[in-house]
Design a protein around this ligand. Structure first.
Ligand code: ASP
Length: 350
């Protein structure tokens, strides 16, 4: 009887040793994406517009997940997914960027490598097709963390990154948003940019979604490396070279191996004041909170208390994707090695 018991324990122990070390809450790889948050409710989205958003998110998520599934690096997954969202005119990043008060597009982006904490960021670039790739080049090919304006453009030339004329960023929808913002402000409306043509998104119903359409991606790869990236056109009608949280490491983006990867979207000024991304990671690291608990504490409690709006996506210490938003909706998606892709927009979705 005693021998049988010992044998049973031995069998059990060897089964445990053979089983993968990870559990449901610690996936082999995981990725989450966002395409902004805001007053996004069902009556505001036509079926066609909603389908276009879901499709854009799904394509980006699939591209990032494919990199991770194949054993690729989290940084590559973040860049791949972010570039797809930047190229999609629906999102306020790259191609679909909002306009400044004088009718220009000034783009910001950042990326962080959770391994040793390297980071790169750009602010106020106007001719770079994929600012997320420029941010990565700053991180990997320069001794700096953040480049801005003309200097960032010169660095993009040096690095041979794809450039586009201003008209590339023209979308009718964003132009209408600018006109509306300036009219409400009683400010003059600038001339349409040279070469402006109706964008593909003009075919969709004009959308007053009051959304922060910044995009972001967070990932953990099969080697346990974390990365986060964020890209934006900023806020409609911004002036004076305004820069928000998206290119600010610790505010809009943060990653640290074994702890977290975070990307944010929302009223950037408030996210900067609270160091939102870094604070969420600090809570996970020092208080052993889950990504969800830490994100809710910062977004639902602290951010709401000072009047800020928006959302974050997080991969936490266990590798579990999480998010939090204090707005009615949020364009989001996530997938892990253990779970099928999920794309959601409204508050009552998973
Ligand atoms: N956070 C961005 C900014 O303040 C805007 C956004 O999320 O849409 O520039």
């Amino acid at each position: 009887m005693r021998i049988a018991g010992a044998l049973a324990i031995l069998v059990l122990l060897s089964a445990c040793a053979a089983a993968p070390a990870r559990t449901q809450s610690a996936p082999g790889w995981s990725i989450a994406i966002h395409g902004g948050a805001g007053i996004i409710e069902r009556p505001q989205l036509t079926a066609e517009t909603e389908a276009a958003y879901r499709d854009g998110l799904a394509r980006a998520l699939a591209a990032g997940a494919a990199v991770l599934r194949d054993g690729g690096a989290s940084l590559d997954a973040v860049e791949a997914a972010a570039r797809i969202l930047e190229d999609d005119p629906l999102f306020n990043a790259g191609r679909g960027a909002v306009f400044t008060a004088d009718g220009r597009n000034e783009l910001d982006a950042s990326i962080m490598d959770g391994r040793a904490g390297a980071a790169g960021a750009v602010a106020g670039v106007t001719s770079v097709r994929n600012p997320i790739s420029l941010a990565r080049a700053v991180m990997e090919k320069s001794p700096h963390v953040m480049l801005m304006g003309a200097g960032a453009e010169a660095f993009a030339t040096e690095q041979g990154l794809a450039r586009v004329p201003p008209a590339y960023f023209f979308t009718e929808r964003r132009w209408l948003q600018l006109e509306e913002t300036l009219r409400a402000r009683g400010a003059p409306i600038p001339a349409r940019p040279e070469g402006a043509t109706p964008s593909p998104s003009a075919a969709l119903a004009p959308l007053d979604d009051h959304a922060f359409g910044t995009i972001g991606v967070v990932a953990r790869d099969q080697n346990g490396h974390y990365a986060a990236g964020t890209s934006t056109g900023g806020t409609t009608g911004k002036r004076w070279g305004r820069v928000g949280d998206s290119p600010v490491i610790g505010a809009g983006t943060f990653a640290r191996n074994g702890v977290c990867a975070v990307s944010a979207t929302g009223t950037g000024e408030y996210f900067i004041r609270l160091s939102v991304a870094r604070t969420i990671c600090a809570r996970i690291e020092y208080l052993s909170e889950s990504g969800k608990t830490a994100a809710d504490a910062v977004i639902r409690d602290a951010l709401t208390a000072i009047g800020g709006d928006g959302c974050v996506i997080v991969i936490d210490a266990e590798g579990a994707p999480a998010w939090s938003f204090n707005t009615p909706g949020m364009y989001r998606g996530f997938e892990t090695s253990e779970t099928a892709p999920v794309i959601s927009i409204f508050a009552d979705e998973p």
